[in-house]
Design a protein around this ligand. Structure first.
Ligand SMILES: [Zn+2]
Length: 268
């Protein structure tokens, strides 16, 4: 579906590129500027009306320019969403239809009850998570995944559930609205100790797995995305279990500087 619509757009854009200067030239314009072409159209060269009537030319060129702009924006949005340093927060979101193309199942343990969808991450994050969990096991701190990738629809249902329980304002401190969850990027995962104790709840803070993650996650390309005391910046309460893959260089930069991803990426 995506491929066929982009093929149509490509054809339209190609047609626009070929047709626009030709049409303008046929109308007597000396270059392809729309203003100039419009001016010439008021006094077309002899025979021009036969080639492309003015009342057809303007809507056709407009439609082709709009299609070209839509294709450009879609390509930019898709390329941006695939970057590991993508910033998703309460203001910057993802399209409802966005779903990463390289979701895979990392070979790590998950707590019972994690749905199949949540056992997926984008490929680079999945490989890094396997290395992180292996290192934790070697240090005697076995870990388990709780929730990885989450679709727009799943996030919408999750937020609605929190909002029903505790009201929208309190829900927004601990959960993202649909389109604004890092889980939709396929680069974020909630992690617990393998025993599941205090999984994704406040008592996880200060636990051995939480301390291990804070210290070792950056070396494997993950940041603890919502640190304590940074709610004013991140918009979220402390979540020592929510890891976000950004690559080793940026994760180390965040850890060394003590700055959040929001502070490091805004304005880049
Ligand atoms: Zn999370």
């Amino acid at each position: 579906m995506r491929r066929s619509s982009s093929t149509v757009i490509t054809l339209l854009v190609a047609l626009a590129l070929v047709a626009a200067p030709f049409a303008a030239h046929a109308l007597g314009a000396t270059d392809g500027g729309e203003e100039r072409a419009r001016g010439i159209a008021a006094a077309p060269a002899p025979g021009a009306r036969l080639l492309l009537a003015p009342q057809l030319r303007r809507p056709l060129l407009g439609a082709l320019a709009a299609a070209r702009e839509r294709a450009r924006r879609a390509a930019l949005a898709e390329a941006a969403a695939e970057r590991a340093d993508l910033l998703v927060d309460k203001r910057r979101g993802l399209a409802a239809r966005y779903r990463p193309r390289d979701l895979v199942a990392p070979r790590v343990a998950f707590l019972a009850g994690t749905p199949q969808e949540g056992r997926r991450l984008r490929r680079p994050a999945a490989r890094a998570l396997e290395r992180l969990f292996a290192a934790a096991r070697r240090d005697g701190v076995p870990l388990a995944g709780i929730s990885g990738y989450r679709s727009f629809a799943s996030q919408r249902a999750l937020f609605a559930g929190y909002a029903r329980e505790r009201g929208v304002a309190r829900a927004a401190r601990v959960s993202a609205r649909a389109g604004h969850s890092e889980h939709q990027t396929g680069l974020a995962i909630d992690v617990a100790g393998a025993d599941g104790r205090c999984a994704a709840t406040a008592c996880f803070a200060g636990s051995r797995p939480a301390r291990w993650l804070a210290r070792h996650a950056p070396g494997h390309g993950f940041v603890v995305r919502y640190p304590r005391g940074a709610e004013r910046v991140t918009g979220y309460a402390h979540e020592p279990w929510h890891l976000r893959y950004v690559g080793v260089a940026l994760a180390r930069e965040a850890a060394a500087s003590g700055r959040t991803l929001d502070e490091l990426l805004r304005g880049r």
